[in-house]
Design a binder for this molecule. Structure first.
Ligand code: PLP
Length: 383
């Protein structure tokens, strides 16, 4: 059986063979605990972690003291939001975020509400964008944190982060961004963009699953969410996942070198895929077609088609409707609903996300497959 063409890189990516190679010695040959300060085994592991920390810091153009390793972006978002909420609750309990954030941000904000916090959920325009003015207007004297994702996982829209961070700071609050879909894909400069806290995850850019980081600007304090041995300068206790961290570091190094060429190549393929589908399949439109969006992704609505049937019929390609995290339930994507789509339109929207190993041939096959499948389904239902 031939495997379907993988076009779900926003859900997860395969580990790059160069990343895997860098990780392998750290499982059994160099197995030391990075917190063991009394012997060579520990020092060797600690050194590997230090190298990875430099690689992450370099990708984000930040100081290496500011990188806290976590189990992924979900944990990084929890640490950022709950950590600031607890630490700065003496100043205020108000948080500003956006209704189209990932669940790892939204549910963490709900948790803060249960603890007496107040959260403002900004509504983006029909392309998924929010404005710095919206943020400025939402700020109050008791606002401690603004959290706005860098690039959206479902539609790829890129928020005006620099301007939003400036508006946040003008109001005296801290700025956090969930950059899980932007890290390793877009050039990021934490200091210049005014980002206080940034979450990322290795498995979204060719590193392993179960490892990520929260970058924290120097001077920003956090209440730890895990109590224990005081690892990561007291910010995240727990024995470090050395192979995973080495893999994350290597993924950062590769991304930094290759992201520009990769984005250019994927943008060409994405544009071809999108244009061919729009030109050859009637009743289609792109969700979130803002001028600023990720180069490797398109989210297309196929109107007057049963979404579930569409996904089942497209058996030669692996794509998603909504985000993987909400697809356990059969609810339509809340992100697409907020952009103004009906339930039917949201169900009939597909996210195609390309990546490092996507080939031109795969895109050609996908175009043909989508055109033929939708035609067949539309004839069947006479629309
Ligand atoms: C994947 C993703 C997450 C969750 O990351 P994990 O490392 O899998 O926990 C959070 N936010 C965004 C935007 C994502 O795409």
């Amino acid at each position: 059986m031939r495997l379907p063409v993988y076009l779900d890189y926003n859900a997860t990516t395969p580990v790059d063979s160069r990343v895997l190679e860098a990780m392998l010695p750290w499982f059994s040959e160099h197995f030391g605990n990075a917190a063991s300060r009394t012997h060579l085994y520990g020092w060797t592991a600690e050194e590997a972690v230090a190298t990875a920390r430099k690689q992450v810091a370099k990708l984000l153009k930040t100081n290496l003291k500011e990188v806290v390793f976590t189990s992924g972006a979900t944990e990084a978002n929890n640490l950022a939001i709950k950590g600031v909420f607890e630490k700065y609750s003496y100043k205020g309990k108000h948080i500003v975020t956006v209704a189209t954030e990932h669940k790892a941000v939204l549910d963490t904000c709900h948790h803060c509400e249960q603890l007496g916090g107040e959260v403002t959920y900004l509504r983006p325009d029909t392309n998924g964008l929010i404005t710095p003015q919206q943020v400025a207007e939402a700020l109050r004297s008791d606002t401690i944190l603004v959290s706005v994702m860098y690039a959206n996982n479902e539609i790829g829209v890129i928020q005006p982060i620099r301007e939003i961070a400036a508006a946040t700071h003008a109001g005296g609050a801290l700025f956090h961004t969930d950059a899980t879909q932007a890290a390793g894909k877009l050039p990021i400069d934490m200091a210049e963009e005014g980002i206080d806290l940034l979450s990322l995850s290795a498995h979204k850019f060719y590193g392993p699953k179960g490892v990520g980081a929260l970058a924290v600007r120097q001077g920003v304090e956090l209440t730890a969410q895990l109590d224990g041995g005081g690892h990561e300068r007291g910010r995240r206790s727990g024995t470090l996942n050395v192979p995973g961290i080495v893999g994350l570091g290597k993924a950062c190094e590769l991304a930094q070198k290759e992201m520009n060429a990769e984005a250019e190549r994927l943008c060409r393929l994405r544009d071809r895929l999108e244009q061919e589908i729009l030109a050859n399949v009637p009743h289609t439109f792109v969700n979130g077609k803002a001028s600023q969006r990720l180069a490797h992704l398109t989210n297309i609505c196929f109107e007057h088609i049963d979404g579930e049937n569409l996904l089942l019929s497209l058996k030669d390609i692996a794509v998603s409707t909504g985000s993987a995290c909400t697809s356990a339930s059969v609810l339509p994507s809340y992100v697409l609903k907020i952009l103004g789509l009906t339930d039917d339109q949201a169900y009939a929207s597909l996210r195609f996300s390309l990546g490092r190993f996507t080939t031109e041939e795969e895109i050609e096959c996908t175009i043909q497959h989508v055109i033929e499948t939708v035609e067949r389904m539309r004839v069947g239902s006479a629309v």
